[in-house]
Design a protein around this ligand. Sequence first.
Ligand SMILES: Cc1ncc(C[n+]2csc(CCOP(=O)(O)OP(=O)(O)O)c2C)c(N)n1
Length: 589
Amino acid sequence: MMYPKIPSAQTIILYCIKIGIKHIVISPGSRNAPLAIGFASNEKFKCYSVIDERSAGFFALGIAQQTKLPALLLCTSGSALLNYSPSIAEAFYSEIPLIVISADRPVYKINIGDGQTIDQINVFGKNILSSDSLMQDLNHQTQAISKSNQQKLIKLPVNKKSIDKLQSDVQVYNEKLLEKSFYNCIELNKPIHINIPLEEPLYNFVENPTISLSKKNRPSSPVSKSSDNFNPNIFKKHSKIIVLIGCCSPNYLTTKTINKIKSNSNIVVLKETTSNIEDDSFFGNIDKIIAPIELLKNSTEVFKSIRPTLLITIGGMIVSKKVKSFLRDFSPQLHLHVGLGKANDTYYVGVKHILKNPNLFFQKAKFIKNSDFNYYNSWKKISNQRIAPHKLFLKNAPFSDLIVFSIISSSIPLAFQVQVANSSPIRYLQLFKIHSSNAIYCNRGTSGIDGSTSTAVGAAAVSSGPTLLITGDISFFYDINGLWNSYIKSSFRIIIINNGGGGIFRILPGHKDNKIFSKFIENNHSLNAKYLAKLYGFNYQKKSSKSGITKALKTFFKNSLKPKILEISTPSEISSKTLKNYFKYLSKN
Ligand SMILES: Cc1ncc(C[n+]2csc(CCOP(=O)(O)OP(=O)(O)O)c2C)c(N)n1
């Protein structure tokens, strides 16, 4: 094992061992070499080398999403750090813990014309929990420090005793800062940033630690993790209750909770595909239920009849624009968000945050003994109305994105976890039933298209089962560097739905069929992934028909020596028209 001689660098490594950080994603550089070598030579850590920091950030996000523990990112000084921004914002809004360590020049070398230096503090603005710098060690290169011009870190004359005293203060400060920041990161599931100023020489190591960390207790919890600020009788006051479930990790709600919720027929559960919750009495495929109502002449009347008086939200971001607009236009009297994560006032009625694990919340909830089934049945009736027309439409619909998703959704083997890119892939997938064994993930914190591949590769690197990434063409080409690493397993699968541009913009309101739209909004193109597949060692197939895909999927998921890409070409115009016709058809039948 090699521990860096520089005390602050060694302290970070000892701290990571102390709190059990395991996964370290390292991007190259020289300033971060003391830490890179220190981590990589210690078998307590599993280190990954990912060159592009934007991709590295998402790769680490994928790891933390799966392990539910912080993954650590390490980069050199300068613009390297800025490239973590998209993944840090995603982690912040998705509440995924990441620790960013940036190596830096000493303070006296910033903004004086030294190479590869920028101001590295607070570069992530408000999209991160905290951004701090360790203090520079004063017993390392004391001469160089005392020679520095502007910031007098050490006052001359210096002697060993005074340096030892100053260094001991630096050590106390640094340990406290690490303790507090790491602890907050874990407790609040949010990203944090620690900058570390390092003076050369950088490549000196010792075999055994020369520092012993203080044994002081952890700082007090940043939030009270749980509170009882709710009235368990609230359910008795409402006969129209919606529980809306957004992004959750698998098994977030226990079977006991699900059964308890089911026992109350005043409750309608609307669950998104990313909720990873399955029960036949809950309503998935929310858009399939709501979008056709929007097209009815008497839509207001219908919406009014299913409007809730109490809305309870659980989990993270909501994908369905339809449910958001329904609940904003036909708003509940009361909105409670239950959980330890952030409560968003998404529906403009003011949100009351019940800071409690939803399982405990429902355990304590008191229900009316014999609730009538009216409210549940109103939703059930609409949901049932969709079943036959859905099937019939798909049977006769032309080859399009919708057809492709209907085929894919019924072909995924149970062992696969599914990583889905933004934006139309996750929206299409929401229209179909996915087996509960297939955990579904999507970067919905910021809904970016910039890291879906890297996230999927990172997640797959720490998952025992195989991973399928379903992505659009623009998202795929955007994050090509997600494939530029050596951690892609042979079981990794990518399906690219290539509709020649950002197909989502043809679906969203405001679409215009003209050149400006095609060039600047949709970005239509004629690229395909054939040569990229070759470059990165993937088996590759391209299909553009229903029978072609069906045939390809028969072998696509089977074991292979290389990972595989299945690229599916779809017609963009027909795809957007088909989706619109689908909702029209559902509304009329
Ligand atoms: C980093 C980033 N830039 C831009 C966007 C806006 N955006 C959302 S979806 C999309 C196009 C996605 O196209 P594609 O991956 O081909 O999927 P499709 O919608 O065609 O299915 C864009 C540019 C974004 N979400 N994130």
